[in-house]
Every structure is written in structure tokens, then in C-alpha cells.
Design a protein around this ligand. Structure first.
Ligand code: NAD
Length: 426
């Protein structure tokens, strides 16, 4: 078995993130006996738009940014997926993220397909004015493919509710009337949903609690290490601490901080708000992002970027459960090692499905012009998360595979069913 894992590892460590997404599909296609034509169809995105985005910078010169919007599949409804602003964005990354959105929307059983957007930029090096110009011009360039019935963007890494507000305003200005349903994750004042800001973290907490119960683990005092302290990571720390978990390590792009007796999460959040990082927070010791992955804990929550759990570090991970708040944090070769070691991985399309689920609630509220109370939203979210967890576990058991493959079995089956029902045009 060890040799087989090493062979697979050598072949897979050179995969880029798009090849990784395709290989996950291929893998599950075999398990569920997916129709070959449907498999070939699902392996490629439906539509890719590359745009060049000229922006007048504060010093008067024009800088040309590159951006993308990829629509992977729309068999079950309009495209849905966030927009990432990051210097390392690539078209392959956006394609992978779009494919994962297709599976995530299907697993959560919401009537959306999968899409994703990205712009290669360093938001930390832009002034507020330049960031607004960039967002508005990018929106204008992709406006030919987005819209409430076509494709609905949302926040992702380094994109905020304010950026969503600029997207909504730009799109609305072009059409001549307000169209809140074009984007989710907006401020409440312009049609955002209560609970959307914490939805990814809340959903992650709901499935983690189910997994803890399933494995017979005690929630009170269970130690959690979280990589990434933005929307997904910070709110996970906050909500998990409130539920009785002990947050023993957190980090951001600058590094991290740990305390085996538990961090004061409110203090770490205040320190981050004041200084821009958790590094230097006095309630713990300095730790780097590599050490955080292997830190002694019961639950590891990767909540930053892709490919941080590899064949190299999977052997040293001490957690009993990994809850993937981030998209794509675990390489396929690492998945096998973790499964062999009996570590339960709650895959990204399940663990962070709360974000898109409340985005769906936001879109429904916008279209109906009728807004729900936060309790109702959280209750509906819990019911969708618990159902998706149970369906994933049932498929994992049925096929004797890990939870990622279980989740993919549920999702791919749903997308295939819709694809076959619609047939091929013309
Ligand atoms: P964010 O911009 O709010 O936060 C990102 C965090 O990651 C920041 O704390 C940043 O400092 C940290 N970070 C960046 N580079 C890092 C590095 N190299 N090492 C460690 N930390 C690093 O973004 P977010 O919305 O919280 O997204 C984080 C992850 O969660 C992404 O994978 C995203 O796709 C996924 N996700 C987010 C949502 C959502 O609703 N925001 C929904 C589903 C999935």
C-alpha cells in the first residue's frame, strides 16, 4: 500500500489545481459508473471569458489587469461562484474553482450551476479609489455573461461586501435600474442577507458538530487549529469558540499564533483589526503556517488557500477531523494518506457549502423583495448542512470511500441526472 501511495504521489504532486479538479472527477466517475459522454462533457468548462481591465491609477497612468469569469456547468441553474482578487490567480485556478462550485451547489441541492471569477492583482498595493475603479471596470467587462438569471458572483479571497456593492451598482447603472440579484454577499442596506457574513463559518460549524457526534468526540474543549483569519477563518474561530471548542492556533498570510491552553479569540480578532495580522498577539506564541498544519489539535480548519495539505505533511497531521473551510486545501495524494490514517476529512464542497447556501437565500430574498429573519436563515442553513452531511456519509459508506468521494458521488450524480434530462442541444 505504501508503494502504491508513493507512486500515486509522484504522479500527482506535479498536478496543477485544474488537473487536480479533473482527476477528482475522473476518480468518482469510475466509482459511480458515470456515463462516458456525460463524463467528457463535465470535464471541461462551458464558457471561459478572459478580460483585460484598464484602470486609471492615482498617479494618472493606466495599468492593465487581467481577469476571468469561468462558467463550468449550468445544467441545474444559473452560474454561481465568488470572485477572487489575488496576485497568484491563474485561469486554471479559476476553472478548478468553477468546477468545484458546480459540485458544491449540487451537493447543497440548490438550483445553481458552477462559476468563478478572478483578477490578478494585489489589493494591498491598491488605493481604495484604484480598487473601486478596478472592480467597476471588471464588472463592466464581464457584464455580458452575468445577471440574476445567468450567473451570480459573490465574495471570495480579498473581495468584500463593499466590492459586491460596487459590482451591484455598476451592473445596475448599465441597465438603468437597481438589480440586487446580480451579486450576493452585498451589504444589508442594498439587499444583502442577514447571516451571509458568517454563513461559511456557520455551515462549517454545523457539519463539524455532526462529524464530532458521528465519531463520538466531545465538543467541549476540543482543540481547533485554523489557518487563515479572514471571512471563513475568523468567523469559524468566533463561532466554534462560542460553541465550546478551544481555539489553540490561528494564522494569516503573515504567520500565526498558538496556545495549547486556548487562545482568547476576541483578543486575537481585536489585535488583527488593530495591526492587520494575528502575529504579535500576546495571548500565545509565534508559529508559522507550515507548523500550524501539524499543530497538536483535534480539528484542523484550513481556511486560506489551496494545496496546503500534501503527501509531505499528511503523515504528521495530528487532527482527528479536517474541516475544509478553504477550497482545495488537500492534494489528492494527501487524501489517501489521511483516509488510511483514519482522519475524517470534511471536504470543501461540504464544509464551506454554507456560504453559497446563504448566497442562494440572499438571491431568493432579492428576487422576492421579501427579507427573512436571521433565525429563519440559520435554521434553513442548518437543515441543508445536516442533510448534505448525512447524504455524503451514506455514499461514503455505500462505496466504502472517504468523505470527499462520498460528497462527489452525491453531487456528480445530481449534475449528471440534470444533464441527461435536458439532453444535448441541438
Ligand atoms: P479572506 O480574504 O476573507 O481571508 C483570507 C485569509 O487567508 C486572510 O486571513 C489571509 O491573511 C489568509 N491568507 C492568505 N494567504 C495565506 C497564506 N499563504 N497562508 C496563510 N494564510 C493566508 O478570504 P475568505 O473568504 O475567508 O476565503 C478563504 C478560503 O475560504 C478560500 O479558499 C475561499 O475560496 C474559501 N471560501 C470562502 C467563502 C466565503 O463565503 N468567504 C465561501 C466558501 C469558501
Amino acid at each position: 500500500m505504501a508503494q502504491r501511495l508513493l507512486d500515486r504521489s509522484a504522479a500527482q504532486s506535479s498536478l496543477n489545481v485544474w488537473e487536480m479538479a479533473q482527476s477528482q472527477l475522473d476518480d468518482v466517475a469510475t466509482i459511480i459508473g458515470l456515463n462516458q459522454s456525460v463524463h467528457a462533457f463535465l470535464r471541461e468548462p462551458k464558457r471561459i471569458l478572459t478580460v483585460s481591465i484598464p484602470v486609471r491609477m492615482d498617479d494618472g497612468h493606466f495599468h492593465i489587469f487581467e481577469g476571468y469569469r469561468v462558467q463550468h456547468n449550468m445544467a441545474r441553474g444559473p452560474g454561481k461562484g465568488g470572485i477572487r482578487f489575488h496576485p497568484d490567480v491563474t485561469l486554471d485556478e479559476v476553472k478548478a474553482l468553477a468546477m468545484w462550485m458546480t459540485w458544491k451547489c449540487a451537493l447543497m441541492n440548490i438550483p445553481f450551476g458552477g462559476a468563478k471569477g478572478g483578477v490578478i492583482c494585489d489589493t494591498k498595493a491598491l488605493s481604495a479609489h484604484e480598487l473601486e475603479n478596478l472592480t467597476r471596470r471588471y464588472t463592466s467587462e464581464i457584464s455580458i455573461v452575468i445577471g440574476p438569471e445567468k450567473d451570480i458572483p459573490a465574495p471570495d479571497v480579498y473581495t468584500t461586501p463593499q466590492i459586491m456593492a460596487w459590482i451591484m451598482d455598476t451592473f445596475s447603472m448599465q441597465k438603468g435600474y437597481s438589480i440586487p440579484g446580480v451579486v450576493t454577499g452585498k451589504p444589508i442596506s442594498i439587499g444583502g442577507s442577514l447571516g451571509r457574513d458568517r454563513a461559511t463559518a456557520r455551515g462549517c460549524l454545523y457539519v463539524l458538530n455532526e462529524a464530532m457526534r458521528e465519531l463520538g468526540l466531545e465538543i467541549a474543549g476540543a482543540r481547533v487549529a485554523i489557518q487563515g483569519f479572514g471571512n471563513a477563518g475568523l468567523h469559524s474561530a468566533e463561532l466554534m469558540a462560542a460553541d465550546g471548542y478551544s481555539i489553540v492556533a490561528v494564522s494569516d498570510s503573515h504567520g500565526g499564533v498558538c496556545n495549547p491552553r486556548g487562545l482568547d479569540v476576541k483578543g486575537a480578532i481585536a489585535h488583527k483589526a488593530e495591526t492587520g495580522s494575528v502575529v504579535g498577539f500576546r495571548g500565545g506564541q509565534r508559529i508559522d503556517n507550515r507548523e500550524l498544519i501539524e499543530y497538536p489539535c483535534d480539528v484542523l480548519v484550513p481556511a486560506a488557500l489551496e494545496k496546503v495539505i500534501t503527501a509531505e505533511n499528511a503523515h504528521r497531521i495530528q487532527a482527528k477531523i479536517i474541516a475544509e473551510a478553504a477550497n482545495g486545501p488537500t492534494l489528492p495524494e494527501a487524501d489517501d494518506i489521511l483516509h488510511e490514517r483514519g482522519i475524517m476529512v470534511l471536504p470543501d464542497i461540504l464544509a464551506n457549502g454554507g456560504g453559497v447556501t446563504v448566497s442562494y437565500f440572499e438571491w431568493v430574498q432579492d428576487l422576492q423583495e421579501n427579507f427573512w429573519e436571521e433565525d429563519e436563515i440559520n435554521q434553513r442553513l442548518r437543515s441543508k448542512m445536516v442533510r448534505a452531511f448525512k447524504e455524503t456519509l451514506a455514499q461514503a459508506r455505500r462505496h466504502n470511500v472517504n468523505m470527499r468521494r462520498g460528497a462527489y458521488c452525491v453531487a456528480i450524480d445530481r449534475v449528471a441526472e440534470a444533464t441527461i434530462a435536458r439532453g444535448l442541444y441541438p
